[in-house]
Design a protein around this ligand. Structure first.
Ligand code: NDP
Ligand code: MG
Length: 389
C-alpha cells in the first residue's frame, strides 16, 4: 500500500489523482488531502476517502470544513504551516504536489527535505527554486517523479538509459487555442476565449499559460532542473495533436518518443505507481484516427512569453522566479479582464527588467524577488486600459 498526501486535491490534477486511487484501492490509500477554498468538494472527498488528516489554507473554508467533519475521525488543520508539517509525517509515503503556483513551493520543498517520494505536478516549484529543490533532493534522497505529461514522457524515455548519453530533449507543445494567430488577432482575445484549450481540460492558470505558451517556457526550466540539462539541450516543437508527449534524442542520433491519447491520469498513475507500470481501462490510441502527426517551429515573436521564459532560463539566478511571479499576477488579472492578452508579456518583461538580478539566490531571496516582481507587474495592470474602465 502506498499512502498518499494529495496537496491541492480539489484541483484538476488533484481530482484526477483521486480517480486513479479509486481505480486501484488495493494499491493506494489517502492519508492526507489539502485544499484552499473549495470546501464543498473537499468535504465530499474527505467523506469518501476517509483520510487521516486534511489541511485547508483558506480561513473561512477551514471553519466550514471543520464543522462539517466534526463527527468523523479526521484531523482538520488550518494554514500553510500545517501544510508543511503534514508532508513530513511517517505515515506519508508519497506526496502528490498539485497546488498551483508559488503557493505550492514551501510544501513541496518540505516534502523533498523530508526525503519523500514526490509526484510533482507543481512545475512552478522548479521554475522558481529548481537549484535549491534538486540539491535538497540529493541530500535527503527524495525522489521526484514528474506528473507534467512532457516530463513524464521524457522520464519514461530515459528508463534504462544513461543521463550522459542525452544529446537533447524535445518538448512538444500543442500551441494552444491561438496557434497560427498573429498579434493583431490576439489584442482582442478575452479570458473566456483563452480558456478553451483544444486538447486538455486543466485548471484556469495553466490553461491561460498554454494559450500564451508561457506553459512551455515554464516546462523548459522545469526540464532543465529535473533532468540536469544544459540550456542548449532543451528544444520546443509545436505538435498540435498532442499525441507525442515529448522526446529524447541520444548521442547516436536515435530519438525515443512517448505517445498516447492526452489524458493526465496516465502520467499521474505512472508517477504514483513508479517503478511499477499498472493497468487501466482508459481509451487507447488508434493510429488510424490520427493519420497525420504534424510539427512546426514555435512563433516566438507572437508568443513573446515563450521568448521571455527562454531569456529567464539563460539568465538563471532569480530571473525565472521573477518571471514566474509576474506571470502569476498577470494571469490572475487577465482572468478578471483587467489586462489584455498582449499586455501580459509587457508586464512580465517590465518586472524582469526592474527586479535586481541575484546570481545565487537563497530561499529568502526567492521570496523577496517574488514579492517585488508582483509589485511591478501590478503597476502595469493598473495602467492597462482594461483596468481603468
Ligand atoms: P487547479 O487550479 O485546478 O487546482 C489547484 C489546486 O491548488 C486546488 O486544489 C486549489 O484549492 C489549490 N490551491 C490554490 N491556491 C492555493 C493556495 N494559495 N494554497 C494552497 N492551495 C491552493 O490547478 P491544476 O490542477 O490545473 O494545476 C496544479 C498544478 O499542476 C499547477 O502547477 C499546474 O501547472 C500543474 N499541472 C497541471 C496540469 C493539468 O492538466 N491540470 C498538467 C500539468 C501540470 P481550491 O480549489 O480548493 O481553492
Ligand atoms: Mg505539460
Amino acid at each position: 500500500m502506498t499512502r498518499l498526501a494529495i496537496l491541492g486535491s480539489t484541483g484538476s490534477i488533484g481530482t484526477q489523482a483521486l480517480d486513479v486511487v479509486s481505480a486501484h484501492p488495493d494499491m493506494f490509500e489517502v492519508e492526507v488531502l489539502t485544499a484552499h477554498s473549495n470546501y464543498e468538494l473537499l468535504i465530499e472527498q474527505a467523506r469518501k476517502y476517509k483520510p487521516n488528516a486534511i489541511v485547508v489554507t483558506d480561513e473561512r473554508s477551514y471553519k466550514l470544513v471543520k464543522e462539517a467533519l466534526l463527527l468523523l475521525p479526521i484531523k482538520v488543520f488550518y494554514g500553510e504551516d500545517a501544510l508543511v508539517e503534514v508532508v513530513k509525517w511517517d505515515t506519508v509515503d508519497t506526496v502528490v504536489a498539485a497546488i498551483v503556483g508559488f503557493a505550492g513551493l514551501s510544501s513541496t520543498m518540505a516534502a523533498v527535505k523530508a526525503g519523500k517520494r514526490v509526484a510533482l505536478a507543481n512545475k512552478e516549484t522548479l521554475v522558481v527554486a529548481g537549484e535549491l529543490v534538486m540539491r535538497a533532493a540529493i541530500e535527503s534522497r527524495a525522489s521526484i517523479i514528474p506528473v507534467d505529461s512532457e516530463h513524464s514522457a521524457i522520464f519514461q524515455c530515459l528508463v534504462g538509459e544513461n543521463m550522459d548519453k542525452i544529446e537533447k530533449i524535445i518538448l512538444t507543445a500543442s500551441g494552444g487555442p491561438f496557434l497560427g494567430r498573429k498579434p493583431n488577432y490576439l489584442v482582442n482575445v478575452k479570458a473566456s476565449h483563452a480558456l478553451q484549450h483544444p486538447n486538455w481540460t486543466m485548471g484556469a492558470k495553466i490553461t491561460i499559460d498554454s494559450a500564451t505558451l508561457m506553459n512551455k517556457g515554464l516546462e523548459m526550466i522545469e526540464a532543465k532542473w529535473l533532468f540536469g540539462l544544459k540550456n542548449e539541450q532543451i528544444d520546443v516543437v509545436i505538435h498540435p495533436q498532442s499525441i507525442i508527449h515529448s522526446m529524447v534524442q541520444f548521442v547516436d542520433g536515435s530519438i525515443k518518443a512517448q505517445m498516447g491519447l492526452p489524458d493526465m491520469k496516465l502520467p499521474i498513475q505512472y508517477a504514483i505507481a513508479f517503478p511499477q507500470r499498472i493497468d487501466n481501462t482508459y481509451k487507447r490510441l488508434d493510429f488510424k484516427e490520427f493519420s497525420k502527426l504534424t510539427f512546426e517551429e514555435p512563433d516566438y515573436k507572437t508568443f513573446k512569453n515563450l521568448a521571455l521564459a527562454k531569456t529567464a532560463m539563460f539568465k538563471g539566478g532569480n530571473m525565472p522566479c521573477v518571471m514566474n511571479a509576474a506571470n502569476e499576477l498577470v494571469v490572475h488579472s487577465f482572468l478578471q479582464n483587467r489586462i489584455s492578452f498582449i499586455e501580459m508579456s509587457d508586464a512580465i518583461e517590465d518586472a524582469m527588467n526592474k527586479v535586481g538580478y541575484i546570481e545565487h539566490p537563497t530561499m529568502e531571496d526567492y521570496i523577496e524577488s517574488d514579492k517585488e516582481a508582483r509589485i511591478y507587474a501590478a503597476e502595469i495592470v493598473k495602467q492597462s486600459q482594461l483596468s481603468s474602465h
